[in-house]
Design a protein around this ligand. Sequence first.
Ligand SMILES: Cc1ncc(COP(=O)(O)O)c(C=O)c1O
Length: 411
Amino acid sequence: MATLDLGFVRSQFPAFSEPSLEGFAHFENAGGSYACQQVIDILDHYYRQTKLQPYYSFQPSSKAGQQMDMARNRMAQWLHVDTDEVHFGPSTSQNTYVLGQALRQHLQAGDEVIITNQDHEANIGAWRRLAESGVVVREWQVDPVTAELTTSGLEALLSERTKVVAFTHCSNIVGSIHPVREWTDMIHAAGAIAIVDGVAFGGHGLPDVDALGADIYLFSLYKVYGPHLGVMTMRKAVNEMLPNQGHFFNAGNTTARFTPAGPDHAQIAAVNGVIDYFETVYEHHFGADDNLPLHQKGAAVLKLFRQAEQSNLQPLLDFLASKSNVTIIGKTDVTERAPTVAVVVEGRKPDELAAALAAKKIGVANGNCYAYHLMQAVGIEPDEGVLRMSFVHYTSMEEIKQLIAALDSVV
Ligand SMILES: Cc1ncc(COP(=O)(O)O)c(C=O)c1O
């Protein structure tokens, strides 16, 4: 089994050789990752060579359109969905907002929607608003001690009235990776559709959406080494069921129906850079194979990233667990856990701790990270929130040690 060549993956990110970032340790990847060279190159080329209206017959325009089409096609293959099931919007919050408008028109008063109190607000607020139209919104609540969602919690809420269930693949605070397939099967058995927020998962490798069984799967590419875009996959049957949110003449255009904002052409072209990066990683570790379907390469890259992340995560969790004044939100072992670690430190404010770490050239997040309801559920003042440290596969053990040493001196 291949192990991650850290030097190789870091060589793909200009940030690691950027003089102004020298000595800085990036532990806010759940907020936004570094961009890989492939993405930066495509943006540069696009703006120099094809920055005009795409899809006309003159050469730079048709070339721009081809790059955009290729981006959608390759992203679809990597996610294991059909090309016209991929939608690019400005962000995940914007994508859920638009979907919320479609559901408002589609659902009837008395229909039920299940949301969680663990999610980022992007996968809660858009569905909560449906209550204004008579839709019944039910809350699948976390255990207030563990901060985890349970399968029995979902089971208790599902009924023949349930039309939609929205939950997260991985919480941006708790870090647990959920048994998505088990839950989507339950949701489908109840006759409802499953909307899965993959934003906190995507930076750790893109999933096989077909295997997950999500009817709608959302994530944000600025956390996946790419441009600031939201990706939404939507099953064709769901697309056909929901009313058009785009211009009236686009009602029959599958990929324009739920992205009324109009796409950022250059950024869509740059999606190719994300796939180029993943393909480069695959080829470097497993060899070239033009016949292997992209989603199978995706599964191998995901596993490679996960192994690297897990071996860096355990020492951090062990260190934090050894501190009597620190409470970790979520599990203390790495099984089915992403390297997003939120803590509360007794008697210390998260913003002061984050500032103390910043003075030591370490970037972390503090606050509620828009998981406002989760903060309330576990008894944390949302305006104060937590201290959150998050990393991805490109993080080195040296950086983990730098973080641990800095934490040791400030907590
Ligand atoms: C888990 C999760 N879901 C949704 C979002 C919203 O994504 P976007 O910023 O693209 O709207 C975020 C953003 O941080 C997030 O962490």
